[in-house]
Design a protein around this ligand. Structure first.
Ligand code: COA
Length: 175
């Protein structure tokens, strides 16, 4: 568990099974789903299933930011199972819409990078992000990610095709 300072008033720990209700609140919020790969229409049962799968899966490293009452942010690394891509981990982060802009996303991102750096098999952290998601792009640029390219019209938001940036950063301890 990582304390993040009295002024910030949250801490980071690993994801646990019982966090699914708080994650459901984020995964079913259009302010979040419009900016992420999570489809609309998540159910509470679906959230429970997804959390259980990620906690139990050795290819995931999952972290949550908590305040006194609830989970307010979530990040994870997904390690690739294919041997030829075992040096790559995919990264995602999201923060409850009511708690954004308070340093939680950056703290989760830096924490997750440190965890990746302690795994010597990970050499590259990669992600994709909606090209127009300026908050997330800024967060990633400020934590060492670089834009590698654009995937044109690669996903849809409310039926409208959107471009994605592919971003990555080296994972120094593993490289
Ligand atoms: C992107 C997200 C995770 C950032 O989390 P956050 O807790 O709001 O961000 P922080 O307060 O830690 O700020 C971190 C950095 O993000 C950027 N940022 C945050 N809010 C921003 C805003 N409104 N406009 C521009 N940049 C912003 C800044 O670079 C900031 O660093 P700085 O404060 O040193 O300038 C959060 O907005 C979110 O969950 N968005 C919806 C889900 C999502 O888009 N996830 C990413 C999917 S790829």
């Amino acid at each position: 568990m990582q304390e993040c300072g009295a002024t910030q008033n949250f801490f980071i720990r690993e994801l646990q099974y019982h966090d699914y209700e708080d994650l459901f609140a984020m995964w079913s919020d259009k302010r979040i789903t419009d900016l992420t790969a999570t489809d609309d229409g998540m159910t509470l049962e679906g959230a429970k299933h997804r959390v259980r799968n990620q906690v139990d899966n050795p290819f995931f490293k999952n972290y949550v930011a908590c305040n006194d009452t609830r989970v307010v942010g979530f990040s994870y690394l997904m390690l690739h199972s294919a041997h030829k891509r075992r040096h790559i981990a995919s990264f995602t982060v999201l923060v409850h819409a009511d708690y954004q802009g308070k340093g939680i996303g950056k703290a989760l991102t830096l924490h997750t990078i440190r965890e990746a750096e302690s795994d010597t098999s990970i050499e590259i952290i990669e992600l994709d992000v909606f090209k127009d998601n300026q908050s997330a792009v800024n967060l990633y640029l400020s934590t060492g990610f670089e834009i590698e390219g654009i995937l044109r019209n690669r996903t849809k938001r409310n039926g409208v095709a959107q471009d994605l940036y592919i971003m990555s950063r080296p994972c120094t301890t593993g490289s």
